[in-house]
Design a protein around this ligand. Structure first.
Ligand code: ADP
Length: 560
């Protein structure tokens, strides 16, 4: 069998356009071809389970290899293979028509990733790095003949009988001059690690040496020998494909370490698992971060059926949850279309609100089930919650029940609890609530003390996000204003309790002074009783500056 043909497409010479267009992203050829190979193995598995294939499945596997001298990269699988007729249909017609449609529609598109799979361009991405692409394949079907297809990226192809003797397909890329960087172990290994690390079928890339037990020596100690074994680059069943009931905390933590080797343990995680009205699985982690400047965005990896697609999840995950880490896998996210389309896509909208709800539910249950530990983690969680409440209306409505306010005495309150706490004391002349807050407990200490003395509570709002959070609260909370404790407001709060201050006469001052002097037996201390107006400190104890320095110096020297 030998046949030459011309692929019937409307646009002549689409390849130069595709090549140029895809150039910047050309490493994805490997992802596309390996994903096709994985599909082929999964198809044969399905045919076998349906009884349509009676032969031995064998160990399903994909392997990637390269030959520096011959300048080839080969992707092999023991999937279902193709007959000559199928090559014509699937490769010539489907893939080529996809390419034509692609060029017509997306001449001006910018991101190759957005469109490549959509138009069946997967296979054709091979021409980004190859002058010539060859297929050697043998179909699983009874009596099938091995077939070979070769094409140089023009519309001319050649089909003939092939050499493959076992079921499956080899895709052989004759790598072009500009792409010789790919004929390199480290480079290919890196690309496989990026895109294929969690594919559901073993992907082999070369071999590695492993120590194996080899009996015992004369002294009875175990012996080892070094053997070459297949280097399997992927974990075929990552945790997000498993059911939460099978998993322990250690599994989630180990997976986190696998994804982000140098990070501290996460605070907690959420296992996503839904199959209606869209299909989505994944695990999202709350990372441990101290402040928003440290946070790294774009840490969520997006997969489609375990093939890595991107870590740009901007349009899939609500903006405030971009701070989370982890994995989302959904075949329903239309990955290959333009951004604006994605934002308007109804599946994406549903996914977005599903994730928001899941995160809110998790926080609500942590709060409800173990308030103490929630409070302990608050300095880490608070940022997410406040950021979420500020940026997403739907999340505000949920978050208002589990967002915590902290005061300068290190006590925690929900919004409702805080209102209860201060409503009888901190109101202004219009009967509106006044919440006082400090942004720096040390610097504003005098003001805090003075406010406390009047019976007012002072919140601590010292993180950068609090500026926004304060205005958010003012908008949302009815008849409530927030005032910094050192602003000229404390006086304007009309306390409903009697806080009239007793002003001391000279005799009383003298008594107080002597009480303090007796208590402070150290020499060189001076006691001053002030008690002038309620905002000031009533008693001040000072020390002679010279004596203080002497004392500090002697402390440093270890004496006295
Ligand atoms: P898509 O995978 O999106 O359908 P591709 O251009 O990647 O588009 O592939 C076109 C078709 O070629 C596939 O749908 C499949 O039928 C066939 N094909 C590609 N690679 C293989 C393979 N390794 N084994 C069997 N069939 C394959």
């Amino acid at each position: 069998m030998q046949e030459k043909g011309t692929i019937s497409i409307h646009t002549e010479n689409i390849f130069p356009i595709i090549k140029k267009f895809l150039y910047s992203d050309n490493e994805i050829f490997l992802r596309e071809l390996v994903a096709n190979a994985v599909d082929a193995t999964q198809k044969i598995k399905r045919l076998s389970s349906l009884g349509e294939y009676k032969g031995d499945l064998g160990e399903l596997k994909v392997s990637v290899s390269f030959d520096e001298k011959k300048k080839t990269i080969t992707i092999s699988d023991n999937g279902l293979g193709m007959t000559g007729e199928e090559i014509k249909k699937y490769i010539n017609q489907i893939a080529f028509s996809g390419a034509t449609e692609f060029v017509e529609k997306f001449k001006d598109a910018k991101d190759a990733n957005e469109i490549i799979g959509k138009f069946g361009l997967g296979f054709y991405s091979a021409f980004m790095v190859a002058d010539q692409v060859e297929i050697q394949t043998l179909s699983f079907q009874d009596g099938a003949e091995p077939a070979r297809w070769i094409c140089d990226g023009s519309t001319e192809f050649e089909i003939s009988s092939g050499t493959r003797s076992t079921r499956g397909t080899d895709i052989i890329l004759h790598v072009n001059k500009e792409s010789k960087e790919f004929l390199n172990k480290a480079k290919l290994g890196e690309i496989l690690d990026k895109y294929c690390k969690f594919l559901p079928v073993s992907v082999q890339f070369g071999t590695k040496s492993e120590q194996q037990a080899d009996g015992v020596d004369e002294e009875g100690k175990p012996k080892y020998k070094s053997v070459e074994v297949d280097n399997i680059i992927n974990n075929t069943s990552p945790i997000w494909t498993k059911s939460p009931s099978e998993l322990k905390d250690e599994d989630y933590l180990a997976f986190y370490k696998e994804l982000y080797p140098f990070s501290e343990d996460p605070l907690f995680w959420i296992h996503l698992n839904v199959d209606y009205p869209f299909n989505l699985t994944g695990v999202l982690y709350f990372p441990k971060v101290k402040n928003e400047f440290e946070i790294q965005r774009n840490k969520i990896k997006l997969f489609s059926r375990q093939v890595f697609i991107t870590d740009e999840v901007k349009d899939v995950v609500p903006e405030f949850l971009m701070l989370l880490h982890g994995v989302i896998d959904s075949p329903d996210i239309p990955l290959n279309v333009s951004r604006s389309f994605l934002q308007a896509d109804s599946a994406v909208k549903k996914i977005n609100s599903y994730i928001t709800k899941k995160v809110a539910d998790k926080l609500a249950s942590l709060f409800k089930n173990d308030r103490k530990s929630y409070e302990e983690k608050w300095s880490d969680i608070g940022l997410f919650v406040k950021y979420g409440m500020i940026s997403e209306e739907k999340f505000y409505d949920k978050g208002k029940d589990f967002v915590l306010l902290t005061n300068t005495k290190n006590e925690y309150f929900t919004l409702d609890e805080y209102k209860e706490k201060v409503k009888s004391i901190q109101t202004d002349k219009d009967d509106a609530l006044v919440y006082l807050y400090a942004t720096d407990a040390d610097k504003q200490d005098t003001f805090i003390q003075s406010a406390n003395k009047k019976g007012y509570d002072v919140l601590l709002m010292n993180s950068p996000i609090d500026t926004h959070f304060i205005s958010q609260l003012e908008q949302k909370l009815e008849k409530t204003s927030l005032k910094r404790v050192d602003a000229d407001v404390a006086d304007k709060i009309i306390s409903k309790e009697d806080t009239t201050v007793h002003v001391l006469n000279d005799e009383e001052k003298g008594k107080v002074k002597s009480i303090f002097e007796k208590a402070i037996i150290k020499p060189n201390m001076r006691v001053e009783v002030e008690s002038l107006n309620p905002d000031e400190l009533p008693v001040i104890v000072t020390m002679d500056e010279f004596m203080r320095r002497m004392k500090d110096m002697s402390k440093m020297g270890g004496g006295m």
